[in-house]
Write a protein that binds this ligand. Structure first.
Ligand code: DX5
Length: 231
């Protein structure tokens, strides 16, 4: 498998910023406009202050699109919830290193169900916290905002963390694994994020906003990518 560093960048619209009163249209618009994944930002009101939705929403979204679905579990004790999300049909589960006592076992359990396993960490958590689990991850996701809300500003220090994550995966033989970025991805940040080593990008408010259509927003994002990474 080619290294993810040279593969086309994948863009995953997060429905967090979508119009939930017409979610079928919003997801269909993203699919038709060339989105690669759909991301669900799952929040429990404990790990992060807001509450969004659970596995039932994942099942509903599963019925609306052929795109692969990633669930970003911003929840305490994700081990209590992975079964429901896997049964709902998600293709990737991304868990926070800060949210569970046994991340290694949990990531193994996710992989054993043929679901991609992602690890993510808050901006204040040192990268060293995920070093032990990097070899068994399909994705390291760098949170470039503090989780809980869409539409926040990209944290510039995230660029060095993206580089560290790429280096960490390559050093343990996981050139195939993705470096994902979540938070503040837009036309002014996307090029530096990709040049730092990311190849899988969550975009919420840059895709779903009142300024333009989903198609125009995704096209704008793609145009801002380095030529070789547009896919
Ligand atoms: C963090 C969420 C957001 C969302 C993306 O709580 O995970 O980062 O996916 O939001 P934007 O793209 O609007 O920063």
């Amino acid at each position: 498998m080619t290294s993810s560093k040279s593969r086309p960048v994948q863009i995953a619209p997060s429905i967090l910023s979508a119009d939930w009163t017409r979610l079928d249209e919003q997801i269909s618009d993203a699919e038709q406009a060339g989105a690669d994944w759909i991301t669900l930002d799952v929040m429990d009101g404990n790990f992060v202050p807001p509450i969004t939705f659970g596995a039932q929403m994942a099942a509903a979204v599963r019925s609306l699109t052929e795109l692969p679905i990633e669930a970003h579990l911003m929840v305490e004790h994700p081990e209590d919830h992975i079964e429901d999300f896997i049964n709902a049909g998600v293709n990737c589960l991304t868990i926070h290193i800060e949210s569970t006592r046994h991340p290694h076992r949990l990531l193994q359990q996710i992989s054993e169900r043929s679901v991609e396993a992602g690890i993510t960490l808050n901006p204040g958590t040192p990268l060293s916290e995920i070093e032990a689990v990097a070899p068994i991850c399909d994705r390291i996701q760098i949170m470039s905002v503090n989780p809980g809300w869409g539409g926040q500003q990209f944290i510039p220090q995230s660029l060095s963390r993206i580089r560290q994550a790429r280096t960490m995966l390559d050093a343990c033989g996981r050139e195939d694994a993705d470096v994902a970025v979540d938070g503040g991805v837009n036309e002014s940040t996307i090029a530096s994020i990709v040049e730092a080593g990311a190849n899988w990008l969550v975009a919420g408010s840059a895709v779903y906003n009142k300024r333009e259509s989903v198609a125009d927003a995704l096209a704008r994002l793609r145009r801002a990518l380095p030529d070789a990474r547009r896919g």
